[in-house]
Design a protein around this ligand. Structure first.
Ligand code: F0G
Length: 469
């Protein structure tokens, strides 16, 4: 099946129904020039050779020598048909796994066989960001960009850096907040050779600044305000469906930071339903860390809704004014989602409407306990990712998620992204625990697997093994 290379079959469109302005995919935009809202990549599905069944994707598994069939993103090229084949950039992203985890399921309160973990830590840079980065790089290649920038809490920067290093298509420029990025992620950006600029301030400051710099200097921006990036992230849902034999689960549970994933998932399901490939849409649960809970505050407590695109943005402005007035900054150990001004807020509201979604917040304690359970289940993740499992547990406790529902929690990033939090949780060193976790309100490590210290003596070691194994 051919993918359209014609630019009139794919275009950029303002998400506000009252505006709906359209722009060519050849333009580099991060917001609507007419009204300032976010942009979608929209397709003329009536004129595109869209697939009539999922079989076309399954058949591609037989052609794994073709890099586009091997990629977990571009295997679904027909569902993100903005780039001609020759422009596609892939480094083998998206070869990720969905697995049932009864151990984690028990912790969450689910019956056996119902809790699934979608492990995006298996991507080349160790997080889900590579799904979107391959799509953004493909667009950047189409328009001939030579420099790309992002603000990041660490994973976007690691992803940008690895795509620059492998493809040599662009020079990568990274903006990070001071002391706000875990060493695992920082080490990736440095090792892959990206220009790393640490600014005073946090992610929200870095995000505002990189938008300004990128626009004034004509640098291609790869944050998730770039609508092409979110096209790549839709494929996480395609792979979930593929792994479930194309059956739609009851719930997708995802951590919420800048709200790109949740936005792209909503778009993916709306498009699949439009194409007649699915007949129902799963419910979406977006989970904030309590220390970075803008979505939860606005959606859950202050009634902010998409409302068919007629969002009343007054509560958002009011809330941001309150944050400024009180000098309140995002603050969580789940540094990947330490964000108070999520750039995709409007799109996420739309996704919550499409998916009959809910929003919850989880504490640092809940995140770290859930993370330990995920690790014990065999798929280690970073703290932000564990918010999905902690959120699912909360929703089961509340009776919102049923014990027999089929639930997919997205594990967004690899365990090794942030080893400090893991070691501090499992440590026997109370000082270290207090410094890293106690200071953030974590009072106990209920699921700690503590190292056993013994002298280097045969009999002591044997005794320890006998005692503990
Ligand atoms: N989980 C991880 C591991 C992340 O790195 C991020 C975002 C999220 C969840 C939140 O996803 O923004 O789609 O809601 N990290 C960004 C970064 C902000 O710069 O790496 P979202």
């Amino acid at each position: 099946m051919a993918v359209a290379a014609r630019t009139d079959l794919a275009f950029q469109q303002c998400i506000a129904p009252a505006c709906g302005a359209t722009f060519s995919i050849d333009e580099v935009l991060t917001s609507c020039p007419s009204c300032g809202n976010l942009l979608d990549v929209t397709y003329d599905w009536d004129r595109l050779p869209a697939p009539s069944s999922f079989e076309v994707f399954e058949r591609k598994w037989m052609r794994r020598s073709d890099p586009l069939a091997l990629s977990g993103v571009w295997r679904f090229h027909e569902l993100l048909p903005f780039a001609p084949r020759e422009s596609v950039v892939t480094i083998g992203e998206g070869q990720t796994l969905l697995s049932v985890s009864d151990g984690v399921g028990r912790y969450v309160g689910m019956n056996a066989g119902q809790l699934h973990l979608q492990y995006e830590g298996l991507n080349p840079s160790g997080s889900f960001k590579d799904n979107g980065m391959s799509a953004a790089f493909s667009h950047a290649r189409m328009i001939g960009a030579t420099r790309a920038a992002c603000a990041s809490t660490g994973n976007t920067s690691a992803s940008l850096a690895v795509y620059c290093a492998v493809t040599r298509l662009m020079r990568g420029i990274i903006f990070i907040g001071s002391g706000k990025i875990s060493y695992g992620k920082l080490s990736q950006a440095l090792d892959y050779g990206a220009l790393t600029i640490q600014i005073t301030g946090d992610f929200d400051d870095a995000m505002a600044r990189v938008k300004e710099v990128a626009s004034k200097m004509g640098i291609y921006l790869v944050n998730s305000v770039n609508p092409f990036r979110l096209e790549g992230q839709k494929t996480i849902m395609f792979r979930v469906l593929e792994s479930l034999g194309w059956e739609v689960p009851d719930w997708i549970v995802v951590p919420g930071g800048n709200l790109g994933n949740s936005s792209s998932f909503g778009k993916a399901f709306a498009e699949l339903r439009h194409l007649g490939l699915i007949d129902r849409i799963p419910r979406l649960a977006v989970i904030n860390a309590a220390g970075a809970n803008t979505l939860h505050e606005l959606f859950h407590n202050r009634g902010l809704r998409w409302n068919g695109g007629h969002t009343d943005l007054a509560p958002v402005c009011h809330y941001y004014d309150e944050l400024d007035r009180d000098g309140k900054r995002a603050d969580t150990l789940a540094s990947a989602i330490e964000i108070n001004r999520p750039v995709n807020l409007n799109k996420c509201l739309r996704a919550l409407e499409v998916c009959d979604g809910v929003v919850r917040e989880v504490s640092e304690q809940e995140i770290l306990d859930a993370k330990a359970q995920v690790g014990a289940g065999g798929l280690g993740c970073e703290p932000a990712s564990a918010a999905s499992v902690a959120g699912a547990r909360k929703l089961v406790n509340e009776g919102v998620i049923g014990r027999d529902d089929r639930v997919v929690c997205i594990l967004t990033g690899h365990q090794l992204k942030d080893p400090n939090a893991t070691v501090a949780y499992h440590t026997t060193d109370q000082k270290l625990f207090n410094e890293v976790l106690g200071s953030r309100g974590v009072s106990r490590a209920s699921y700690a697997n503590r190292a056993v210290s013994v002298g280097n003596r045969f009999d002591e070691i044997v005794q320890a093994i006998d005692l503990y194994s």
